[in-house]
Design a binder for this molecule. Structure first.
Ligand code: SF4
Length: 339
């Protein structure tokens, strides 16, 4: 019997998602948006899934929330395989994984006061009416740092940060176990970002939530996550504890992402050498052979274009997919990017 307390809240096992694309966009044919991704989010854990636009991170999020079906592989939530669920069972299960998007305005009906907007989500999980429903809406508003009287206001009466709080309240209304934040803080100004980060940290402690942060913003993630997973052209290239990842990245692509983030210490910033990568992310419909990062990697070797690197375990328990025998630290001497 599976011990519920030990079962990861999310397990992805060799997940593939592919899309057919029309001629004229990315040359036509099929795009392998997610290519064999395996990862877990443990109960109470916060994991960041990072990468450039086109890396497949948002497609991963959509597969996890059931918005797209994987073409292969398995996704389990609380040990239950999503692909085996249908109808009501699937809908109920989906409630356990809630997504918060970058633009909260898009998920709020501008003609509805936010109390109604939250109440309609509450009704999907709890059969409450009258005062009990009003109290639950007030409780949710309180959880995200808003007041009960805010329930009678319309979305346009709130700031961007407040609207993101409302989106989080709607997500919490389903009593989720995993909240997927899809670039949900990246569009906010720095002060609103700091407040939302503080809120998410508090909610995690109070409600025992698990988070999956989909983000391209590594600096914002640092204060929030336990582990970081890096995607490149749909493949998972590194997954490590946040301390190991930020301190000594194992994959050259991770090193380039990290060294692009300014450090608050000007001395460390001057000492640190930027790991530069060349060009843009390649066409996902026509990915490079072998290691798909070889066209941009400053450390590429002959083998890199020929063989896809196997994923190997690191001494700290992380995993990396690279032919280099050791880690690439953030202070690694910069090599000239390939011409
Ligand atoms: Fe660079 Fe080769 Fe490692 Fe790919 S496998 S990241 S090209 S060193």
């Amino acid at each position: 019997m599976i011990d519920g307390a030990q079962t990861p809240v999310l397990e992805m096992e060799d997940v593939h998602v592919s899309f057919r694309v029309r001629a004229g966009g990315w040359r036509g044919g099929r795009v392998q948006a997610v290519d064999g991704v395996s990862l877990t989010v443990e109960r109470g854990e916060a994991l960041a899934l990072v990468g450039e636009s086109g890396s497949g991170k948002s497609t991963c999020a959509r597969a996890i929330t059931g918005l797209v079906r994987p073409s292969d592989g398995t996704i389990r939530v609380n040990g239950v395989e999503l692909g085996r669920l249908h109808g009501r069972a699937l809908r109920e299960h989906r409630g356990k994984v809630q997504m918060v998007f970058q633009d909260p305005y898009s998920s709020l009906d501008p003609s509805m006061v936010i109390g109604e907007s939250i109440a309609e989500v509450v009704a999907l999980t709890d059969r409450l009416r009258g005062k009990a429903l009003k109290d639950r809406v007030a409780e949710l508003l309180g959880l995200v740092g808003l007041r009960a009287e805010h329930a009678t206001r319309y979305p346009h009466e709130f700031s961007g940060g407040q609207r993101q709080r409302i989106a989080i309240a709607r997500a919490l209304a389903r009593r989720p176990e995993l909240v997927v934040m899809d670039e949900a803080i990246s569009a906010l100004d720095v002060s609103s970002q700091a407040q939302i980060i503080e809120l998410l940290v508090r909610l995690r402690a109070e409600l025992g939530l698990s988070y999956l942060f989909i983000s391209h913003d590594l600096s914002a993630m640092r204060a929030l996550v336990d582990r970081v997973a890096v995607l490149y052209l749909g493949r998972l290239v590194e997954i490590r504890s946040a301390d190991e990842f930020y301190g000594d990245p194992a994959h050259p692509y991770s090193a380039s992402l990290i060294t692009a983030v300014p450090t608050p210490d000007p001395v460390a910033q001057r000492k640190r050498e930027r790991v530069v990568i060349a060009g843009e992310i390649p066409d996902p419909a026509n990915p490079p052979s072998g290691c798909t990062f070889h066209t941009r990697c400053p450390h590429r070797m002959d083998v890199c274009a020929q063989q896809r690197p196997a994923t190997r375990e690191l001494p700290d328990g992380g995993r990396v997919a690279c032919h280099l025998p050791g880690p690439v630290s953030a202070t690694f001497a910069v090599s000239a990017p390939p011409a």
